[in-house]
Design a protein around this ligand. Sequence first.
Ligand SMILES: Cc1cc2nc3c(=O)[nH]c(=O)nc-3n(C[C@H](O)[C@H](O)[C@H](O)COP(=O)(O)O)c2cc1C
Length: 166
Amino acid sequence: MSRTYSRQFVHPVALLSVKYQDIENLATMAWVSPVSFDPPLVMVAVSPKRYSHELVEKSGEFALIVLSDNQKELSTLAGTKSGRKEKKWDLEPFKRLRKEPQIIRAPLLKECRAAYECKLVNQLTTGDHTLFIGEVVAAEIHEDVDPLILFNREYRKIGDFIARYP
Ligand SMILES: Cc1cc2nc3c(=O)[nH]c(=O)nc-3n(C[C@H](O)[C@H](O)[C@H](O)COP(=O)(O)O)c2cc1C
């Protein structure tokens, strides 16, 4: 089946931040979702080809930084180069926006829609991705900025309000 099947879903765009020993990395992830209220769990689907994959497994923790709709350049920067070849946290603007986390070791960004610090509590390799499940141990939410959306390989802003769901 062509990859078109996967492009009918609307995604937030998040940066997966991870630190293992002295190695810090960042990668863009769109296959991201909350999966439990109590405890608060989030899921990110990471291909084993990504450098981030081994760093999450080794460190046992990660941050998910949900980008705002004026940060598409950050998504492209973190999502088109591998940390195996380039220290992404040394690139502008990541260096400029870097912020220390509260509980885990992976760095955060000063600007974003939301950021979740997570402890890895479960993982499932299914098909060609691994679902990493993280328990949220700290979170920040900036409701004054809208999230960046990915749909059908295009970056989008949130559309018109239609109605509040019951
Ligand atoms: C918008 C966008 C969304 C992406 N979503 C995912 C994803 O959900 N899962 C994944 O494994 N890779 C995803 N990628 C690809 C990785 O971000 C990319 O391969 C990155 O270079 C991996 O970096 P690393 O090798 O340093 O971990 C996405 C890339 C972009 C640009």
